[in-house]
Design a protein around this ligand. Structure first.
Ligand code: MLT
Length: 325
């Protein structure tokens, strides 16, 4: 019996040494960052900015793979079932929390099928419309949408997307059942808004800033408690008559459950270095947002944020009674 335990101990020691050695040499090949929405949208924008900086730090290419569909849950599901070796990570946002309630038959468990790398940024949203949308300002927008809800189309990136959540809150606040048009991301949705094929959208400043400044779409309000420095003349939704209407889109990086802790720590350190890079702060600042502080770019902070946000949005979604399945 003794020889059995000696062999088992030896095998465990060899496994631990191999795992530790593997983690120490990580990464040895390119990494995939899954972005669960179409290319060209706000999540993709943040993903590519961060991937470029982390790639330089890690010394390996980070390939962004857009896996759109079902409000981000297809991409999250693909990550949950990937090899837990650090070579697949997911950049997702508030949808990771809202989907936990919106999808009653989710293919993964947001809290138990992932390990955590850290928070990345928290992006404000803007209520926008095609450039010839009739209302002159937010107060007129509120009245107009209330009166014409069934003739207005609202674009979103599918149930579970941030644009879906904001649109759902808008419809609840206005008691207006607006016709929604889902896309695989608000990148393609923006194309139709610019072309006038769809009327309104609630989307992140990382996707709307340049179009608003260029006058190719109309910006009516921001969904933050205070006005944004990049849009000093644009009112908050509250100023426009939607008291307490606040939603910001926090983003985090996840890896499959069981990824070695040393590997996750290496990824978190690389993320923190990327977020401290002045180029990232400048670019995110131009797009109306800021990088998460280093203390939030940690596994513990992201897990705590996800747990609190699932608890926060569950009653709101249940009150709205809107589910994906
Ligand atoms: C969302 O609405 O969740 C995002 O804007 C989707 C995207 O990044 O395309």
């Amino acid at each position: 019996m003794t020889s059995f335990f000696r062999m088992a101990g030896l095998a465990a020691g060899v496994w631990l040494a191999a795992t530790s050695a593997e983690a120490q040499s990580f990464p040895e090949r390119q990494i995939t960052m899954i972005v669960p929405f179409a290319a060209g949208g706000p999540t993709d924008t943040v993903g590519r900015l961060i991937a470029e900086k982390m790639s330089a730090d890690l010394g390996q290419q980070i390939i962004v793979e857009n896996v759109g569909g079902a409000g981000g849950t297809l991409g999250a599901g693909r990550t949950a079932s990937a090899e837990a070796d650090g070579y697949t990570m997911l950049l997702h946002h508030i949808g990771m929390a809202t989907s936990a309630t919106l999808y009653r038959k989710l293919a993964y468990d947001p809290l138990n099928d992932f390990d955590y790398v850290g928070l990345v940024t928290e992006v404000p949203m803007t209520i926008v419309a095609r450039k010839d949308f009739e209302p002159a300002d937010m107060k007129a927008f509120v009245s107009y949408v209330k009166e014409n809800a069934d003739q207005i189309t609202l674009a979103n990136a599918g149930i579970g997307a941030a644009s879906h959540l904001c649109g759902m809150l808008l419809m609840s606040a206005l008691e207006a059942p607006i016709v929604t048009v889902p896309y695989k991301g608000t990148g393609p949705a923006m194309t139709d808004l610019l072309g006038g094929q769809v009327d309104i959208m609630c989307d992140q400043t990382t996707n709307t800033t340049e179009q608003i400044k260029g006058g190719t779409i109309k910006g009516y309000a921001v969904t933050t408690p205070e006005r944004l420095a990049i849009f000093p003349d644009m009112p908050t939704a509250a100023e426009g008559g939607l008291e307490g209407f606040e939603v910001s889109v926090w983003h985090g990086i996840y890896v499959p459950k069981g990824t070695p802790a040393d590997v996750t720590s290496r990824l978190s350190a690389s993320l923190q270095k990327a977020l401290a890079d002045p180029e990232i702060a400048n670019r995110l600042g131009e797009l109306g947002t800021t990088p998460s502080p280093a203390a939030d770019a940690t596994p513990e902070a992201l897990k705590a944020k996800l747990e609190s946000e699932i608890a926060r949005w569950k009653p709101v979604i249940e009150a709205a009674g809107v589910y994906a399945d």
